[in-house]
Design a protein around this ligand. Structure first.
Ligand code: HPA
Length: 236
């Protein structure tokens, strides 16, 4: 047990998928894992462990935003020995060629700041995905014929943004989408020498104002979970 995770040692798999929403963690575990059992209920941030094609997998909610994700990712890495952590979540599209329902596989995550800012101080560290996971996710998306994009994303500290100029700057520099967690996951994976990736579904679009209807979110979310699982166990 840790401060925020009630699971016993050994109840958490080396491979952890991390959706922001704990109810999505439950849905994904019930839909994709065999023998899934709930291993964490502390603060309602549900976590489940089961198997996928015989491989142990934990799906643990991260909560919204980098400070919340940082708590769970730190404890998963330091206390439970998680080796491969894949964020699965939604993002806002930021480029005209990125459409609602598309999947974004995040090569890098830019930010104004992350919880690691105090650690890096003057260093402008570049948070990036694990290359093997990234490549395997791209191959999985191709095999499944899922529309996808690979590139940089923006991990923002705010959903309700009062600074449209920041989004414009990201758009001008080719950033594909905005979410609120990946940069710190990549920072922590680098610090702890673990593998990390973020696979995201475009749920809304900042330029067109479109948003994915609730009913359709589930199907797009399912493709993303499968891509993450196939990437985690590619070559095993
Ligand atoms: N902004 C930040 N995070 C998000 C968004 C957004 O528009 N959509 C999904 N996650």
């Amino acid at each position: 047990m840790t401060i925020h995770i009630g699971a016993r040692a050994g109840d958490i798999a080396e491979t952890v998928l991390m959706p922001g929403d704990p109810l999505r963690a439950r849905w994904a575990a019930q839909t994709f894992l065999e023998g899934a059992k709930c291993v964490n209920e502390v603060r309602g941030m549900l976590g489940f462990t089961g198997t996928w094609k015989g491989n142990p997998v934990t799906i643990q909610g991260s909560g919204m935003g980098m400070p919340s994700l940082s708590i769970y990712a730190n404890e998963l890495m330091s206390e439970y020995g998680a080796q491969t952590l894949i964020r699965i979540g939604s993002c806002g599209g930021m480029q005209p060629h990125v459409q609602i329902r598309d999947v974004i596989i995040a090569m890098t995550a830019s930010s104004l700041s992350t919880p690691s800012h105090g650690v890096f101080r003057e260093l402008n560290f570049a948070p990036c995905a694990d290359y093997d996971l990234l490549e395997a996710a791209v191959q999985a998306a191709r095999r499944k014929d899922v529309r996808h994009h690979v590139g940089g994303i923006y991990s923002s500290d705010v959903f309700y943004d009062e600074r449209p100029d920041l989004n414009e700057m990201m758009v001008r520099h080719g950033i594909l989408g905005v979410e609120m967690e990946a940069a710190e996951l990549y920072n922590l994976a680098a610090r702890h020498k673990r593998r990390a990736l973020a696979v995201l579904t475009v749920s809304d679009h900042l330029q067109t104002g479109e948003a994915l209807p609730a009913r359709e979110r589930e199907q797009s979310f399912g493709e993303m979970v499968e891509i993450a699982l196939e990437a985690a166990f590619a070559g095993t």
